[in-house]
Ligand binder design. Structure first.
Ligand code: NAP
Ligand code: ZN
Ligand code: ZN
Length: 347
């Protein structure tokens, strides 16, 4: 077993604290990654606080993991020692169901094995990237483009793929108008990616102060969403609404902004459900859909797309000792636009 240092939540709503644990030995198909950076996703906060009800403790969060391969198993073919590698939200899946065979491991019929707070195939609790190292089967490891910085590319592994995947699935591109709700970690990646796809992007934000940033990131327009009168001029304007908001809010007001046959795509996952008004869907044959991260093949495609377009996340890098304070700032919407932990601070 490999002694590993990390930061963990020992119970729901307990602050994260230093934690020692063991990783499995490097198996024939495994790679050992020395972690340099890990992003802080709002899902880490929902999970450590058990807001979705399925958390397992102790929990080392973190699923936007970048580092360097430091050891490989005897049968590993896809990576070499010294490669820059990434690990996203899952580290295994059944590999045999139709979803896995199609490269849609995130929709595995048996359930993907999450990077943390899951049980692996041996029954051990998985632990995430707020730690010094991780052991992962090579099939679930991404090759990180060296054209991008390690810190700036870490958030691509969740925030990037979560917004890229639905855009590709629904064929979002030129001639479309997209509304992005919430300008946080996911939202700012959505703006950059949609802009690179040639799409007209409008940001709806509860934070008036984010307007200049929205335009800099590639948005054509910025709307302060707390003032409901601001929404009316966009009635039946958008082909797609991508909702990244992390807290309970009114969906119906935004459904009204879709054209006939338009689709509202939910990626934000608030703690509590919200009511839906059927008539606004019925009258213009609108759809509401959801999407979760992306498969390994598509994640690699997204990384290569971002390298080609020089797209990184806007990050604020912090030492691990500031993680609890960072969580509070994320909840208050105060990060521009992703915290990334420098894991050298744990070494
Ligand atoms: P984040 O950085 O905290 O961004 C969320 C944004 O939502 C905030 O910046 C804020 O934007 C807006 N917001 C927050 N509270 C609000 C409220 N009460 N009313 C209106 N707007 C509010 O979080 P994130 O990391 O981007 O994650 C966003 C959500 O997506 C989380 O629920 C997360 O769990 C989920 N998620 C889902 C997937 C998936 O695969 N589907 C993957 C990753 C994350 P403004 O300041 O601009 O209003
Ligand atoms: Zn995430
Ligand atoms: Zn499967």
């Amino acid at each position: 077993m490999l002694p590993t240092r990390g930061y963990a939540a020992m119970a729901a709503r307990a602050p994260l604290q230093p934690f020692f644990f063991e990783r499995r030995d490097v198996g024939a198909h495994d790679v050992l990654i020395k972690i340099s950076h890990c992003g802080i996703c709002h899902s880490d906060i929902h999970m450590t606080r058990n807001e979705w009800g399925e958390s397992i403790y102790p929990m080392v969060p973190g699923h936007e993991i970048v580092g360097t391969v430091s050891e490989i198993g005897s049968a590993v073919k896809l990576l070499r020692v010294g490669d820059r590698a990434g690990v996203g939200c899952f580290v295994d899946s059944c590999r045999t169901c139709s979803a896995c065979r199609e490269g849609l491991e995130q929709y595995c019929e048996a359930g993907m094995i999450l990077t943390y707070s899951s049980r692996d195939k041996n029954g051990a609790i998985t632990q995430g990237g707020y730690s010094t190292q991780i052991v992962v089967d090579e099939r679930y490891v991404l090759k990180m483009p060296t054209a991008l910085s390690p810190a700036g590319s870490a958030p691509l592994l969740c925030a990037g793929i979560t917004t890229y995947s639905p855009f590709r699935h629904w064929g979002v591109g030129k001639y479309h108008r997209v509304a992005v709700l919430g300008l946080g970690g996911l939202g700012h990646m959505a703006v950059k990616i949609a802009h690179a796809l040639g799409t007209e992007v409008t940001v709806f934000s509860s934070s008036e102060a984010k307007g200049a940033d929205a335009k800099r990131l590639g948005a054509g327009d910025f709307v302060v969403s707390t003032e409901r009168n601001n929404l009316t001029r966009f009635r039946r304007y958008f082909d797609f609404v991508l909702d990244t908001v992390s807290a309970v809010h009114d969906y119906n007001a935004y459904v009204e902004l879709l054209k006939t046959d338009g689709t509202m795509i939910l990626v934000g996952a608030p703690e509590h459900p919200a009511p839906l008004e059927p008539f606004s869907l019925i009258m213009h044959r609108r759809s509401i859909a959801g999407s979760v991260i992306g498969g390994i093949r598509e994640t690699q495609e997204m990384l290569d797309f971002c390298a080609e377009h020089q797209i990184e996340s806007d990050v604020e890098t912090i030492p691990i000792g500031q993680v609890n304070e960072a969580y509070e700032r994320v909840v208050r919407g105060e990060v521009r636009f992703r915290f990334v932990i420098d894991l050298d601070s744990l070494a």
